[in-house]
Design a protein around this ligand. Structure first.
Ligand SMILES: Nc1ncnc2c1ncn2[C@@H]1O[C@H](COP(=O)(O)OP(=O)(O)OP(=O)(O)O)[C@@H](O)[C@H]1O
Ligand SMILES: [Mg+2]
Length: 242
């Protein structure tokens, strides 16, 4: 067994056309942990996840996953290595049913790993079981988010990346999503979470990176970051309850 982190990002420089967004990002995700990336709008959180996945090609730096250099891989190949991204926009198929959406997710992921059945995954989500034959478009925002997570999980990923899973959801639904992420981690999932809800992020995470203008400006265990009032105020403009 190796003590190396499951995911290791070093000096990642990335952007769109001539616009450089990431200015050299370093981060680690140890196996079995929840690591969160927080920061104001537009600082490069989504770009970091896209650069790991390969939908944005890094200009410099490296992404190492389970000992393999995956920096230059396409999103399809990265998924085959065992990384799943639940994107900010969720991207569920509105015209397909809950079950059909999850069946599509089952086509992805590693080829050499046993995947759960669609039924087993549906059964883990109370609010999807009730709607298994409903079209994606008929689901509420919270149900669509759960479906997006379920579709990623059915590929049996070794790393689950979630981009703002609580965005736009009512407080009670935010709690449901939070509990789901915690439950997945309790069951052993390794999670890289981007969250705009700082309280949720700090509650869930073991370790926190704060991103500002494409750089990690602060990092630490979540209880330490939660107590760093001045830093939270400076980089996020928030104060967090104890
Ligand atoms: N497809 C794109 N083409 C060009 N520029 C983009 C594209 N996507 C994002 N950007 C720009 O890159 C910068 C970083 O965006 P990114 O989406 O990574 O930020 P973010 O931290 O995820 O923000 P948010 O909290 O709003 O989701 C922003 O200035 C944004 O306008
Ligand atoms: Mg984003």
């Amino acid at each position: 067994m190796s003590a190396d982190p499951l995911l290791s990002v070093r000096g990642l420089v990335s952007g769109y056309g001539s616009t450089r967004v990431l200015q050299g990002v370093d981060l680690d995700v140890p196996a079995g942990s929840v690591v969160t990336l927080i920061g104001r709008n537009g600082v490069g959180k989504t770009t970091t996840l896209r650069s790991i996945l390969g939908s944005v090609s890094p200009a410099a730096g490296s992404v190492t996953f389970d000992g393999t250099d995956i920096t230059a891989l396409s999103p399809e190949k990265t998924a085959r290595e065992g990384i799943a991204l639940v994107p900010e926009e969720r991207r569920i198929f509105p015209g397909l049913t809950v079950t059909e959406n999850i069946e599509i997710g089952r086509l992805g992921g590693r080829r050499d790993t046993a995947k759960p059945s669609v039924e087993a995954i549906v059964g883990e989500f109370e609010n999807l079981s009730r709607h298994r034959n409903s079209k994606g478009a008929a689901l509420s925002g919270g149900e669509q988010q759960m479906l997006a997570i379920a579709r990623a999980l059915v590929s049996a990923p070794d790393l689950l990346m979630l981009d703002e899973p609580t965005e736009g959801l009512a407080p009670s639904i935010v709690k449901q999503v939070q509990r789901k992420v915690e439950e997945l981690n309790d069951e052993g999932a390794t999670i890289l979470l981007v969250e705009q809800n700082v309280q949720v992020a700090l509650d869930i995470a073991d370790y926190v990176y704060i991103l500002d203008k494409g750089q990690v400006v602060h990092e630490g265990p979540s209880d330490e970051v939660a107590a760093a009032d001045e830093i939270l105020d400076r980089y996020l403009g928030v104060s967090v309850a104890d």
